[in-house]
Every structure is written in C-alpha cells, then in structure tokens.
Design a protein around this ligand. Structure first.
Ligand SMILES: [Zn+2]
Length: 329
C-alpha cells in the first residue's frame, strides 16, 4: 500500500497536482482521521478496483477549507481529490463536542439506548456514511471516464459553464450516487452486526440507516447550503432533495438484501429528516430539512417522475457504471 507521502511525492514530481494544492495532514490535530480515510480510499483504489481499468488511481487531499470533492484524469492518472475542509467540517459537526444523540433531548430519548449499545458516538456513523459516500461517488466518476467532455467533475455546484444543466451530466451524477448508495449500507450493517445478537433488531438497523442517510443529507447541506428551490432539468447535479430520495431507496433496498426482514423506506427517510432537523437546530444551522420535508410532500409525484425519467435515460448512456459493470451496483 502506498503511503500518503509516497502518493504526494509521485503526484508532485509528475506534475499531476501542484505542490501548493496538496494538503499535508502530518502533525495536524486530525492526523489520525485523515490517515484513516486516506488508507481506506487508497487501499480500495489500489487493491479492489482491478476490474474497472482505472490504474494508476490516486487519492489526495487538497488545501481548501470548503467542503468539496472532485474526480479527474490528469496525464495518465485517475485522481480523486477531497478538500481537507470536507474532513474537518464533517468531523466538527458530527461528533466533536456536539453530540446531538446525547445533548438533544428528543433525539437522546430515541437514540440514547442505541448509543449505549454501540459504545461510541452515533455521530461517527453520520461521519462515516458521509465520507464513504463521497469516496464511492468519486470512484464512480473515475469508472465512468467522462474526461473527454469534462477534465474534472466537481461536486459543489459551481457558477459558470460547468454548472449548466445537461441530461448527460445528471445521468453521470445519478449513476455515481446510485453506485455509492449500493456500497455505503454494507458499512452501516457492519455497525449493526457488531451489536449482540438480541440487539440486531430491525428497529436498531432502521435507526442506524436513518442516521447514515442523515449524514449524507447533511453533507449535501455543507456543500450547497441547500437553499435552492426544487428544480428538475437544471444545474449540474439533480436537486439534493431528489438525490436523497433515490439514494435512500437504494440504501434500503441493499440493506434488505443483506438481512432477512423488510424495512420501511419512507419511515427511514422521514426519520432521517427528523434527525437532520434536530441536527440543524442543535448546531444553529438553517433548518433546510423542514423545507425539504414540505417540498417532498408537495412534489411527491413530480420527484418520482423525474427519478423514473433519469433511470430510464441512464439505461441509454453506455459509459455509466450501471451499464459497464452491472454486477458492481
Ligand atoms: Zn459527482
């Protein structure tokens, strides 16, 4: 396995990423967290992506406080870049001194007993779901290889030409989301499987899944501030509400395949919104979850129709992960 230092030295010497852009996390307060996530991503890229033909693939942090990530292809290298702000912001909000599962009264009533069973802050589940989602989403962009059309794909909706709507761009983002949503639940189920047998109930799994989905929802909020009104055929990415609806559906579907009972997708999404509302309240963030909830109720049919449209359009885009590697999602 390549060390972070080796990756950085290689990318700098080959002029793939400028020295000034690279974040060196050594001796910083969150060194362990940065190291752990790097190891997870780079190991996955180096050792578990053989079938995708994306070598050499490298993961690097960039020197930027904004929450953002991007995938690109530079001089023969497949690169995932994650802003250091992504790790710092998600860590700070999800489990550094702000444990909503302990400190927020209603959330504590619902989740306190699960937190005791799991023996670490449930904010860790939110954090992990958010950053793993980011990684798998970017990995999907590498597999799609859309780099003749786009030199790199940014997750933050930019202003300027790259923010313009195209059906192709929405298809790429939809496919990357679905790829990530297929892989994240396995990690959430790992938490559940560590519980004692008698605690491996559908109720506890539903709670963990709601927490994970809330982590992803909040991650969208960190990135976009989520103040946009609902839209369909606009912008570089589908609206975050629409993304959270299909992402949750996939997460629940995959979770059900891995356990021998049914789960209630709408109840899990509803509860993810509730956690997210408490989270915003607790952290003093604008309560985008309340807005999402009412947008969802008022536009249920339109949202479902747009998701169905994207899914059928995606069937005709040959380079998507779902078409190139149907077994991987
Ligand atoms: Zn993307």
């Amino acid at each position: 396995m390549l060390s972070y230092e080796e990756v950085c030295t290689e990318l700098i010497s080959k002029r793939v990423v400028p020295y000034a852009d690279i974040f060196d996390f050594k001796d910083t307060p969150l060194e362990d967290l940065f190291e752990m996530f790097f190891t997870f991503c780079q190991t996955n890229l180096s050792e578990h992506c053989a079938e995708f033909d994306i070598q050499p693939a490298r993961f690097v942090y960039t020197n930027d406080f904004d929450v953002n990530a991007r995938a690109g292809y530079v001089d023969g290298y497949y690169i995932i870049k994650v802003n250091m702000g992504t790790i710092i912001e998600t860590f700070k909000s999800f489990f550094a001194n702000k444990n909503i599962f302990k400190q927020h009264k209603q959330t504590n009533e619902k989740y306190g007993s699960l937190e005791k069973l799991i023996e670490f802050p449930l904010g860790v589940v939110m954090y992990q779901a958010a950053i793993q989602f980011t990684y798998y989403h970017e990995r999907a962009h590498l597999i799609q290889k859309p780099f003749q059309e786009f030199t790199s794909l940014e997750e933050h909706n930019q202003t300027g030409p790259s923010s313009h709507y195209s059906a192709f761009k929405h298809a790429l983002e939809f496919d990357a989301d679905v790829h990530a949503a297929n892989l994240v639940p396995v990690h959430i189920i790992d938490f559940w499987k560590k519980l004692a047998k008698q605690d491996q109930t559908s109720e506890n799994l539903s709670k963990l899944l709601s927490i994970g989905v809330s982590g992803i929802l909040n991650y969208f909020m960190f990135m976009e501030k989520n103040n946009q009104n609902l839209y369909y055929r606009e912008s570089s990415h589908p609206h975050p509400l629409i993304r959270s609806v299909y992402i949750t559906d996939v997460i629940i579907h995959v979770a059900e395949i891995n356990v021998d009972f049914k789960l209630d997708s709408s109840a899990i999404l509803r509860e993810a919104f509730n956690i997210t509302e408490s989270f915003c309240e607790h952290n003093g963030f604008p309560n985008f979850a309340a807005k999402f909830k009412s947008m969802f109720q008022q536009n249920f049919d339109g949202i479902k129709e747009y998701i169905d449209n994207m899914a059928s359009e995606a069937d005709h885009v040959s380079q998507l992960v779902r078409n190139r590697f149907p077994d991987s999602i």
